[in-house]
Write a protein that binds this ligand. Structure first.
Ligand code: IMP
Ligand code: MG
Length: 185
């Protein structure tokens, strides 16, 4: 690991998931999708920026033809608490009517983001909609979301790494960790 990354890892209270654990789980999630969606053309709707590495790793393991839309959604103004309001930048040409859609996000927390997006996706009448997240926080949801697969269930703690940030930092960590409340850097 480059020393710059090792330095950032010192900002973690502990490592929750190693790169090997993440990779093994993403393998299994992809295998399931390859079995369930075999023979289909899949339209992936991927939430950025937090889903960046999960989406990149999962998509490279999918065997069927794939189309990709990326959306930026945010329900955070910064810090570790949600604001409740979900902002989404929908591409001008966004059209998923009659398509088999796979919605991907990094983490399900309050459910506000994914439920708002699912509602908008379903309004376009896709042929099918599957929703998968890498992490699902064990907590009460403000909105229920029907998940088809979640890589890992985690506690109600703020995590960073593997695409996920705290105030714009830590996305480049190859592992997922709990942030140190008093980071050194
Ligand atoms: P929700 O709308 O509360 O379910 O939040 C979903 C979004 O908030 C996720 O897509 C993440 O981008 C972000 N988020 C929620 N929890 C965390 C966390 O622990 N670390 C980093 N980002 C998070
Ligand atoms: Mg996100």
């Amino acid at each position: 690991m480059p020393s710059s990354v090792t330095g950032v890892i010192q900002d973690l209270e502990r490592i929750l998931l190693t790169p090997a654990q993440i990779s093994e789980r993403v393998d299994a999630m992809a295998a399931r999708l390859n079995a369930e969606l075999a023979g289909k053309v899949v339209t992936v709707v991927a939430l950025m920026d937090g889903g960046l590495f999960f989406v990149a790793d999962l998509l490279r393991r999918l065997e069927m033809p794939v189309r990709l839309y990326t959306l930026s959604a945010s329900s955070y103004q910064g810090g570790t608490t949600t604001t409740g309001e979900v902002k989404v930048n929908w591409p001008a040409n966004f059209d998923i009517r009659d398509q088999d859609v796979l919605l991907l996000d990094d983490i399900l927390d309050t459910g506000l983001t994914l439920s708002a997006i699912c509602e908008r996706l379903l309004a376009q009448q896709p042929a099918s909609l599957r929703t998968c997240v890498l992490l699902s926080k064990r907590r009460e949801r403000l909105r229920e979301v029907a998940l088809d697969d979640a890589g890992f269930e985690i506690g109600d703690e703020f995590v960073v790494g593997y695409g996920m940030d705290y105030q714009g930092r830590f996305r480049n960590l190859p592992c997922i960790g709990i942030l140190n409340p008093n980071p050194a850097s």
